[in-house]
Ligand binder design. Structure first.
Ligand SMILES: NC(=O)c1ccc[n+]([C@@H]2O[C@H](COP(=O)([O-])OP(=O)(O)OC[C@H]3O[C@@H](n4cnc5c(N)ncnc54)[C@H](O)[C@@H]3O)[C@@H](O)[C@H]2O)c1
Length: 343
């Protein structure tokens, strides 16, 4: 018998897979319904493994499907939502912006509508929490100085970040208009096991493994702020349980690195773990035409999360990066597809 049931969306994707593992072991008395459409970005293996966990019910389906959502809320009496599901790759959003609006905006709208109506009807509006996973990209781009905070103005620059910003505004509207008990988190770039091969770090790892050129956009000097996925999972758990309704929280370990720094660091790890006779992996680094509208720098200050919820990033950047490479070498090799990836 479970004390309650929560809905996690997108739990077969990169962060969702890590989060379902984390949350299900931290809260064995809570049942998790993982709703995932199993798009190309999902890991079917992770979804299958969730079937063996005592407190996880993986369900294949879309957050855009209102009648499926209503059925799940009724069947499991859902009393909390942690919403990860999204189209998440900026390059894909440039190729097909409408798909991003459908999933990230319309899907979030459907989820908010069903959650609100279910909780309102059952008098659960105050106690049932809706946590929305946003991104630091909704704040746009920075120059060489400064940090994003919870009060930074919205200034998205890609169809991806515009769709995430739109979803955030819908969540804010439900808080203001309907008194929904909701929180939003803006995390920086995550790294760790189970990230899709199309993303930056797995791409570099795949290229090192295949001894193929590592194509860096532009000069490789764009800066990202890297967050160990386990630190992200702990932060979301804290915000979901202890965050103040109506509040947004920035999540960052303040590990700012250029793309070139990251590629070089992974190459050094490969030189140590998989020596390449007569070569060093940095020889593979190459530069390709920049992505249109490529944001120069993201960096966030997680002061609120530290002060109010006493969160600290625990992952040491280079140790966690090495652990990530080891995971891809030992368990995640099948998830890499160097031929189809770009940085
Ligand atoms: N990865 C990062 O560095 C990062 C940084 C900031 C914010 N985020 C946000 O975190 C969340 C998770 O990111 P990720 O990197 O794990 O993404 P991902 O692309 O790896 O996984 C997304 C998951 O959502 C599922 N999904 C897509 N459309 C769906 C739909 N209509 N219904 C149900 N499920 C659907 C996919 O099947 C997949 O399993 C996203 O909201 C993303 O915007 C990610």
């Amino acid at each position: 018998m479970f004390e309650k049931t929560i809905l996690i969306t997108g739990g077969a994707g990169f962060i969702g897979t890590n989060f379902v593992d984390y949350f299900s072991s931290q809260h064995p008395g809570v049942r998790i319904v993982d709703l995932d459409a199993l798009t190309y970005a999902a890991h079917p293996q992770s979804f299958e493994r969730q079937k063996t966990l005592a407190n996880v019910v993986p369900v294949k389906g879309s957050i855009c499907d209102g009648s499926l959502l209503r059925d799940l809320f009724d069947r499991y009496c859902i009393s909390g939502v942690i919403h990860f599901a999204a189209e998440s790759h900026v390059d894909n959003s440039i190729a097909d912006p409408v798909r991003f609006v459908q999933t990230n905006v319309m899907g979030t709208a459907a989820l908010l509508d069903v959650s609100y109506k279910f909780w309102e009807k059952r008098g659960l509006l105050d106690s049932a929490r809706f946590h929305h996973i946003s991104t630091d990209e909704v704040f746009g781009t920075l120059g060489t100085d400064g940090f994003f905070t919870e009060n930074s103005p919205y200034a998205p620059t890609s169809p991806y970040s515009a769709s995430k910003a739109s979803a955030d505004l819908l969540v804010r509207a439900y808080i203001k208009t309907f008194g929904m008990n909701a929180t939003i988190s803006h995390c920086s770039n995550n790294y760790g096991p189970w990230q899709h091969a199309e993303k930056f770090i797995p791409t570099v790892i795949g290229k090192c493994l295949a001894h193929e050129p590592i194509p860096l956009y532009g000069t490789g000097l764009n800066v990202r702020d890297w967050l160990w996925v386990e630190d992200h999972c702990r932060a979301v758990d804290l915000i979901f349980h202890q965050g103040k309704s109506g509040r947004n929280y920035v999540i960052s370990a303040q590990h700012e690195k250029t793309n070139l720094d990251i590629a070089r660091a992974i190459c050094s790890i490969f030189d140590e773990l998989c020596p390449w006779t007569g070569h060093c992996h940095q020889e593979l680094i190459s530069f390709v035409e920049d992505r249109p509208g490529h944001d120069f720098r993201y960096a966030s200050n997680p002061e609120r999360l530290k002060r109010e919820l006493h969160w600290r990033a625990l992952g040491n950047f280079y140790d966690a990066l090495r652990q990530t490479v080891l995971w891809y070498l030992q368990e995640g090799r099948h998830t890499l597809n160097p031929a189809n990836t770009k940085v």
